[in-house]
Ligand binder design. Structure first.
Ligand code: DQA
Length: 145
């Protein structure tokens, strides 16, 4: 494994100022620094964020074509995007690991967050550990690879 795509969905570009009581005070560039520090030697962290469902779908197609493992925080798309689920299924059905991550624990929050349409096709799910959810996912991807 020489690269991991760390894909982030809508509103995660606002980390740092968005609901700090839920998501903490650190932004995506701090997450990038943390993951680069934790990644094994020679593993590139390709961290991206978009508010656009189609862009996220295209990035998952790119992961399939390049056979690149994915750490995916689908954000609100988690709860209703069948397009994203179908794209994520392309990844895992190709035998490429895809770990769904959440900063918060959606199951401890509002009812609408309890359902994930992604989890059923993900390799695994890690939620509720703040940015450490991504660090744990990186380790899971390393072991899966
Ligand atoms: C989230 C949880 C989602 O319910 C929410 O819509 C997000 C962030 C998380 O990382 O905890 O935007 O995926």
């Amino acid at each position: 494994m020489s690269r991991v795509m760390v894909l982030n969905g809508p509103n995660l570009g606002r980390l740092g100022s968005r609901e700090p009581d839920v998501y903490g005070n650190q932004d995506l560039s701090a997450l990038r620094v943390l993951l680069v520090e934790k990644a094994a030697e020679g593993v590139e962290i390709d961290l991206r964020q978009t508010d656009d469902e189609a862009e996220l779908v295209h990035w998952l197609h790119e992961a399939v074509d390049a056979r690149t493992p994915v750490i995916l925080n689908p954000a609100a798309f988690t709860h209703y995007s069948y397009a994203l689920r179908d794209a994520a299924a392309l990844v895992t059905k190709a035998g490429i690991p895809l770990v769904e991550v959440h900063i918060s624990n959606p199951h401890a929050r509002e009812e609408f967050r309890h359902r994930s349409v992604i989890s059923g096709i993900a390799t695994g799910v890690i939620a509720g550990f703040g940015f450490d959810s991504y660090v744990l996912a990186l380790e899971a991807v390393r072991r899966a690879g």
